[in-house]
Design a binder for this molecule. Structure first.
Ligand SMILES: C[S@@+](CC[C@H](N)C(=O)[O-])C[C@H]1O[C@@H](n2cnc3c(N)ncnc32)[C@H](O)[C@@H]1O
Length: 226
């Protein structure tokens, strides 16, 4: 189990996976967006804030050689680490691009699935991120986000650097978070999983009480007028 003090989302355990050990060791997510995404062979999957590539490597097995998984991260060290791991284990259907999830370095309508694991809470303007996810998805494409959310009445000092480091400062109430996904143009928004902080019953536990981990799914409508 990791120390809460230096970990953002403080996973109690890394989801079981076929990802290389190098990626598993620096996993810093708060759940798993991969299983609810229903990823199929041949699909193009984009991971926003891919870190050491944990979810990218897991998705790469699902899309197979006819698909592709692209990790986006703003930290050069994360990109270098993930590229090294990909090279070491000869993953030929993955790539890692340095970039911000507020300005995703991908063409519009180019992805079947966008996933993200414990990253969007860190973005000061989450609507911009959801709009970018919507832009890069093909019509009918899926968004699956694992992230932390705050209980509605939780008092948060949003200027406290420790609170940012623990993914608490940017955590929004669930209804607000879902509202932003809707405002970005997504439909069929659902909470696939929810784990309350420190409930002791699950594999995930967030650092602070009043903070929960959720996995949300949504779709970009095929018809933009829907
Ligand atoms: C808590 S870690 C999660 C990493 C990974 N998703 C995982 O599950 O292990 C957050 C990651 O998001 C990246 N990140 C934070 N803000 C970002 C932004 N605005 N654009 C791109 N990457 C960002 C960080 O560099 C870091 O690698």
């Amino acid at each position: 189990m990791r120390e809460c003090s230096d970990s953002c989302c403080c996973p109690q355990s890394t989801p079981s996976s076929t990802a290389p050990p190098e990626a598993s060791q620096i996993y810093d997510g708060c759940g798993s967006p991969i299983e609810p995404a229903g990823i199929k062979e041949g699909e193009i999957v984009v991971d926003l804030g891919s870190g050491g590539g944990f979810d990218v490597f897991r998705a790469s097995k699902l899309v197979g050689q006819s698909g592709r998984v692209i990790g986006i991260d703003a930290t050069p060290e994360m990109i270098w680490s993930a590229r090294e791991t990909a090279k070491k284990y000869s993953f030929s259907n993955v790539e890692f691009r340095l970039g911000e999830i507020e300005h995703i370095p991908l063409d519009s309508g180019s992805a079947d699935v966008v996933v993200s694991n414990c990253v969007i809470n860190l973005a000061p303007d989450k609507l911009v991120v959801f709009r970018e996810a919507h832009r890069i998805l093909k019509p009918g494409g899926r968004l699956v986000v694992s992230d932390v959310i705050a209980e509605r009445n939780l008092k948060i000092d949003r200027n406290d650097p420790k609170a940012w480091a623990e993914c608490v400062a940017g955590a929004l109430p669930e209804s607000e978070y879902l509202g932003l996904i809707k405002e970005a143009g997504f439909t069929g928004i659902q909470t696939a999983e929810k784990t309350s902080g420190q409930d002791g019953k699950t594999t995930q536990s967030c650092c602070s009480s009043g903070i929960s981990a959720v996995v949300l799914t949504a779709t970009k409508p095929r018809n933009p007028n829907v």
